[in-house]
Design a protein around this ligand. Structure first.
Ligand code: SER
Length: 639
C-alpha cells in the first residue's frame, strides 16, 4: 500500500519521465494578484503561461500545489471536505494535448499506482450549441479505447442526471459539470479569461459502502455527479483551449492541458475508504487527539465531526502561517484566526482545556517537511504564532461562552414573559462577542445555529462600521499637530517602491521581479527574487540610485492605454497581466523629454502616486533579510 508521500513522489516522477519540469508549490498567498486572497487551484499561478507567456521551466510542468478554499470552511466535518489540500498538477503549455494526457493519466492511475479500473468512471463535456462548442467525443473515445485495451467494455452514455448510470462507464455532462475556468461556467467568464471543456475521473465507493453497483440513492437514480457520496471526483483534465471574447469564444493561441487531482482524494481511492480523514497524513495527529481527549475518533458522529474540524483546520493554519498569513482581523490573517479559534472551540467541546495547537502543528510539520521544506525553516515562527493566538483566545473563550449562555437565558426569560419566541441575536450582541471576546462572527453564527437562532448580520455590520468610525476619529486626533496624514505618506512610499524596484533592476539585473509588497504610513516592505544576502555595496548602490532619482525631481505620470500597447512600454516584466481589463494604467517615472530607452521606471499599477519624486525626502534601507527560499525582503523608510 502506497503512502501519501510515495504517491506524491510517484506522480512527480512519472511526469518527470514524460519530460515535465517539476516546480515547487507556489505560496498559498498569491503573488501580485489582488483579485483573490488565496491560491485555491494548482492552475492559478499558471494563468499567464496558459495565456501564452513563456514559462522559464519549459512547456511541460508538474507540481504538487498547496491550495486553500475558504468557501469550504462550513463544509468541513463531513467525510471529504478539507479547506487545505494538495493538488497534483501537470500542464502542457501549448505542447501535448488530449491523447497524451488521457494515455498518461490512465497509465498512472491503473499501472503506476494500481487503482482498480472497474471502479474508475469518467465524465466528458456534452457540448453547448449556444456557445458553439461541440460535444467532446474525442475525449470519450480516447478513454473508451483505454478501457477496451485492458478488456473492459466502457459504454458511453448521456443524460445520467435523469436516467442514472445505465451501465455506462463514460458520461456526458453539461458545462456546470464539465467546463473549467476560474469563473466557472462559460457565461460567467469575463473577457480575456481562459477556459475549456474538461474530463473528470471519479472513484466508485459503491462496494465499500455496501451498495449494489446500480443501486438507487436518495430516491433518485444515482449517477457519478449526484453528490450522494458514492462517487468521488479524484482528478480533472482540463482541455484549456478557449478564451472568452466580446463575441463569444475563440481558440487560444495555444492548446493547453491543465490537470489537477486531489492528493488526499486519490489516497482515499487507494484506501477504498470514503473517509478522507482515514488516510495516513492524518494518522499521527488523530492518535494524538485521541490521547489528549481520551476519546475515539469514531466514537460518535459528534466526536468524529469535532475531530475532523481540528484535523483539517490546524493543518491549514500551519501552512497559512508558514506562507505569512499570521492571525489577524483582516485579509488572509482573518481566516487563520477564524480556523484556529474554531479549532479551539471544538477542542474545548472534546475536553481539551490546555493549549494544544502548537503540539498538533508540530506533528504536521514533521509529516510534511520533506515535501514542503519551508515548514521546517519556519517551525519556531509557526508554533509561536499558534501558541500566541490560542493563548489570546482561551483567555476570553470561557467568558465569551458564558456571555453567550447569558444571552440564551435572557431570551428564555423574555420568551416566558411575553410568550413570544426570540429567533434572532442582535447585531450589537454579536458585535460584543466579536469585539470583547474575540469570537469571529462565523463562530457566533455557528453557536446560534446550534440553538436554532440566527444573527442580524446587517446590524452586526452597522455596529462594526460605527466602531471603525470611532477608531478612525481616534486615529485622526492622534495625527493632529503637524504629523503627515496616513494616506499621503503611504502614497510616497508607493512611489518609492517603484523607484526601489527600478534601482534593484539596475544594480542586480533585469530579472528582478516583485514578489510581494506591503506599505504602511511608516515604511515600505518589498520582496524580490534574489538568492543571497545583498552586500553592503549593493545596498548602498540601490539607496544611492533611488536618492539620485529623488534629487532629480522627476515627474511621475500616468497613462491609460490598451493592454497590448502597454506591454511594450513597461520596464518591469509583469506576470499578472490577465487580472487587468483591456485598458490598463501605466505609471512612468522619467524625464518627459527623454527617449524611451531612458525611462527609469514604467509599471502597471493602479496608483496612487506622488506627482514628482522630489517630494519623497531621503530614502534609506533599514533592513535586508531572507523572506523565503530565493526571495529577499527589504524594509525601507523615507526620512
Ligand atoms: N483547474 C482544474 C481544477 O482546479 C484542474 O487543475 O480542478
Amino acid at each position: 500500500m502506497l503512502t501519501s508521500k510515495q504517491l506524491r513522489q510517484k506522480y512527480l516522477e512519472f511526469f518527470k519521465s514524460k519530460g515535465h519540469a517539476i516546480i515547487p508549490s507556489a505560496s498559498l498567498i498569491p503573488e501580485n494578484d489582488p483579485t483573490t486572497l488565496f491560491t485555491s487551484a494548482g492552475m492559478q499561478p499558471m494563468i499567464p503561461f496558459l495565456l501564452g507567456e513563456s514559462h522559464p521551466a519549459g512547456k511541460r510542468i508538474a507540481d504538487s500545489q498547496k491550495c486553500f478554499r475558504t468557501q469550504d470552511i462550513e463544509a468541513v466535518g463531513d467525510n471529504r471536505h478539507t479547506i487545505f489540500f494538495e493538488m497534483l498538477g501537470n500542464w502542457s503549455l501549448g505542447d501535448y494535448f488530449k491523447k497524451e494526457q488521457i494515455d498518461w493519466m490512465f497509465e498512472f492511475l491503473i499501472k503506476e499506482i494500481g487503482l482498480d479500473p472497474n471502479k474508475l468512471f469518467i465524465t466528458c463535456f456534452r457540448g453547448d450549441a449556444e456557445i458553439n462548442i461541440p460535444r467532446d467525443e474525442e475525449a470519450a473515445k480516447l478513454w473508451q479505447d483505454k478501457f477496451t485495451s485492458i478488456g473492459i467494455e466502457a459504454k458511453i452514455v448521456d443524460n445520467a442526471e435523469e436516467k442514472g448510470l445505465q451501465d455506462g462507464k463514460i458520461f456526458y455532462y453539461d458545462a456546470t459539470k464539465n467546463w473549467w475556468s476560474r469563473a466557472g461556467i462559460p457565461e460567467k467568464m469575463p473577457i480575456g479569461e481562459p477556459g475549456g471543456p474538461d474530463s473528470e475521473m471519479f472513484w466508485d465507493f459503491g462496494s465499500a459502502l455496501g451498495l449494489h453497483e446500480k443501486s438507487l440513492w436518495k430516491d433518485q437514480p444515482c449517477h457519478v455527479n449526484c453528490d450522494c457520496g458514492r462517487f468521488m471526483e479524484i482528478g480533472n483534465n482540463v482541455f484549456m483551449q478557449y478564451i472568452r471574447t466580446a463575441e463569444g469564444f475563440e481558440e487560444l493561441k495555444q492548446k493547453n492541458i491543465d490537470f489537477g487531482g486531489g492528493l488526499e482524494r486519490i489516497m482515499a481511492a487507494l484506501n477504498n475508504n470514503s473517509d478522507m480523514f482515514a488516510i495516513d497524513l492524518f494518522t499521527k495527529v488523530k492518535n494524538k487527539l485521541e490521547e489528549l481527549t481520551n476519546k475515539k475518533y469514531n466514537e460518535s458522529e459528534k466526536i468524529t465531526y469535532a475531530f475532523r474540524v481540528i484535523l483539517d483546520h490546524l493543518r491549514a493554519a500551519t501552512f497559512l502561517i508558514a506562507d505569512g498569513a499570521i492571525p489577524s482581523n483582516k485579509d488572509q490573517g482573518y481566516f487563520t484566526r477564524r480556523i484556529i479559534r474554531r479549532s479551539v472551540r471544538f477542542a474545548r467541546d472534546l475536553g481539551i482545556n490546555n493549549n494544544f495547537c502548537s503540539e498538533i502543528s508540530k506533528l504536521y510539520i514533521e509529516e510534511y517537511q520533506e515535501a514542503y521544506p519551508d515548514l521546517i525553516k519556519k517551525k519556531d515562527y509557526i508554533l509561536r504564532e499558534l501558541q500566541t493566538e490560542e493563548e489570546k483566545f482561551r483567555k476570553t473563550l470561557e467568558d465569551g461562552l458564558k456571555e453567550f449562555e447569558k444571552l440564551l437565558k435572557g431570551f428564555q426569560i423574555a420568551q416566558e414573559k411575553t410568550g413570544q419566541k426570540i429567533t434572532e441575536i442582535s447585531g450589537k450582541q454579536a458585535f460584543k462577542l466579536y469585539d470583547t471576546y474575540g469570537f469571529p462572527l462565523e463562530m457566533t453564527e455557528e453557536l446560534a445555529k446550534e440553538n436554532n437562532l440566527i444573527i442580524d448580520k446587517k446590524g452586526f455590520a452597522e455596529a462594526f462600521a460605527k466602531h471603525q468610525e470611532l477608531s478612525r476619529v481616534g486615529a485622526e486626533q492622534k495625527f493632529k499637530g503637524g504629523l503627515a496624514d496616513d494616506s499621503e505618506q503611504s502614497t510616497k512610499y508607493h512611489t518609492a517602491t517603484h523607484l526601489l524596484l527600478a534601482a534593484l533592476r539596475h544594480v542586480l539585473g533585469a530579472d528582478i521581479v516583485q514578489k510581494g509588497s506591503n506599505i504602511t504610513a511608516e515604511r515600505l516592505r518589498f520582496d524580490f527574487n534574489w538568492p543571497e544576502k545583498l552586500t553592503t555595496e549593493q545596498i548602498k548602490a540601490v539607496e544611492d540610485l533611488v536618492n539620485q532619482k529623488i534629487a532629480e525631481k522627476i515627474p511621475v505620470t500616468m497613462m491609460e492605454m490598451p493592454k497590448t500597447e502597454a506591454k511594450d512600454i513597461v520596464t518591469v516584466r509583469s506576470f499578472d497581466l490577465e487580472k487587468y481589463g483591456e485598458m490598463v494604467k501605466v505609471y512612468k517615472i522619467s524625464d518627459p523629454l527623454a527617449g524611451s530607452e531612458q525611462v527609469f521606471s514604467a509599471e502597471f499599477c493602479g496608483g496612487p502616486h506622488v506627482e514628482n519624486t522630489g517630494v519623497l525626502g531621503h530614502f534609506k534601507i533599514i533592513k535586508e533579510e531572507a523572506s523565503s527560499a530565493g526571495v529577499r525582503r527589504i524594509k525601507a523608510i523615507l526620512e
